[in-house]
Design a protein around this ligand. Structure first.
Ligand code: MG
Length: 271
């Protein structure tokens, strides 16, 4: 069965305050995204439960792909997206995002694993991530996870209708800088839904009341990527994996949310 975009119910694109093309979603589309997001959240939990010392990221990738495809109408959205070879992104320790799963990348006790998953369900995309400890990890790593998680929560709380993208970035940045950590440079959240990446960009820093206005029907991925050390990054020779410039650890939490009249609604939640 084919699932097209429901052109009868989603509104035409509109220009954001910076002139970008912003695609609002209908309530029916948002419900479909929430259904896909539920599969996505379950996939992250499924992978997290199997994230133990001795497992390879390649194994986890295969398990995630099987889990997602076992749900009718759902496929892993990152597979071959822009040429990415994995079904999901699995990034270890100083790797920030876009880690390529590999059978030779075996997780060790004390590692941190970022599990970043995209799901296409009935033609609509959702995107979410969580970073989990592998066995027992250091106090510093636990604090990194807690701060990044709190930054995501603050970013979501700031995503109120009438606010702007800059309010989200300012809320995230405030939490991270108060903890003495940095947000990874040049890596941002984004609109999501009809495409895996849409306008507007959702930076992890910003000024309140600046940037695209948050209006009901806007669906965005908010994703703080937080470093223990410097903000600067570099990309490995595999041309995918983004790592911290100083080799210190990084964490990543992400949800897809919809702006509604009554506030932000998280679409990537387990049932
Ligand atoms: Mg994303």
């Amino acid at each position: 069965m084919k699932y097209g975009i429901d052109s009868s119910t989603h509104s035409p694109p509109r220009r954001g305050t910076a002139g970008e093309l912003i695609q609002l979603k209908s309530s029916r589309e948002i419900e479909r995204m929430a259904a896909g997001g539920q599969i996505l959240a379950a996939a992250i939990a499924f992978v997290a439960e199997r994230t133990v010392p001795g497992v390879s990221t390649g194994e986890l990738d295969g398990l995630a792909e099987g889990f997602i495809r076992s749900h009718d109408g759902a496929v892993p959205a990152f597979k071959w997206l822009y040429g990415f070879p994995g079904s999901i992104c699995l990034s270890v320790n100083q790797e920030i995002v876009h880690g390529i799963p590999s059978p030779t990348r075996v997780l060790q006790e004390g590692d941190l694993l970022s599990i970043d998953v995209g799901v296409k369900y009935q033609g609509l995309y959702t995107d979410a991530a969580a970073t989990v400890p592998v066995g027992v990890v250091s106090e510093e790593s636990l604090r990194l996870l807690a701060v990044t998680h709190a930054a995501l929560a603050a970013g979501i709380e700031a995503a109120q209708p009438g606010n702007h993208v800059g309010d989200i970035g300012a809320a995230i940045y405030g939490i991270v800088s108060a903890a003495g950590m940095t947000v990874a440079k040049d890596l941002v959240g984004h609109g999501v839904g009809l495409e895996p990446h849409e306008e507007p960009q959702v930076p992890n820093q910003g000024k309140p009341k600046r940037g695209a206005k948050l209006v009901p029907g806007l669906t965005i991925a908010i994703e703080p990527m937080v470093n223990l050390g410097v903000s600067e990054t570099r990309t490995l020779s595999d041309r995918w994996t983004v790592v911290t410039a100083d080799g210190k650890r990084s964490a990543h939490f992400e949800h897809t949310i919809a702006i509604t009249e009554s506030g932000p609604r998280i679409l990537t939640l387990a049932s």
